[in-house]
Design a protein around this ligand. Structure first.
Ligand code: NAG
Ligand code: NAG
Ligand code: NAG
Ligand code: NAG
Length: 139
């Protein structure tokens, strides 16, 4: 015999899980990536080689320097800003780049905390943060 009360509490657990997953996993669209990259740029206080100069609306963001989009879904999948002499801190909106597989910020002067939103990047396979001034704590 099916125990109805445990059956419905399993359903309840299942739906709560779906709801909590969909509230942390931001899928959005290319506008989400666009906003996230401009927020990230806004906290860079020094860009000696102009690595982020093309990060403006004269080009589609998939044509911005150091940014690559997936061919099929046209979402940002790869960002490589290593060794660009960048100074600044990392904006929590980085966690909204939900198609990102590789993020390399190595050998720059990023400071402050590594945003805990990086943990939302569930497709992330490669994360390079070496040689920066990040604090070792998550915020
Ligand atoms: C916007 O990006 C274009 C293309 O890289 C660049 O030539 C231009 O200088 C940029 N504009 C600003 C205001 O940075
Ligand atoms: C990032 O770019 C540098 C050179 O511009 C390259 O040496 C390095 O392998 C790249 N990193 C990744 C993770 O693709
Ligand atoms: C670190 O970046 C600087 C440019 O800002 C470059 O000259 C240097 O070769 C890089 N070092 C390594 C180990 O990649
Ligand atoms: C992106 O992330 C920030 C901070 O993590 C959040 O407050 C914001 O609502 C998100 N924006 C979008 C468009 O998903």
């Amino acid at each position: 015999m099916v125990n109805l009360s445990s059956f419905s509490s399993i359903h309840f657990l299942f739906y709560s899980l779906v709801i909590s997953l969909s509230s942390t996993v931001i899928c959005g669209g290319i506008e989400t990536d666009h906003e996230a990259l401009l927020k990230i740029k806004s906290l860079i206080t020094r860009d000696p080689y102009g690595a982020l100069t093309s990060w403006n609306d004269s080009l589609h963001l998939c044509d911005w320097s150091h940014v690559y989009c997936g061919k099929r879904h046209r979402r940002v999948t790869y960002i490589n800003l290593s060794s660009q002499g960048l100074e600044g801190s990392l904006y929590p909106h980085v966690g909204n780049l939900s198609f990102l597989r590789t993020l390399s910020l190595g050998n720059n002067s990023f400071q402050g905390a590594i945003p805990q939103e990086v943990g939302h990047l569930y497709r992330l396979r490669q994360l390079y943060l070496y040689q920066n001034k990040f604090k070792r704590v998550l915020r």
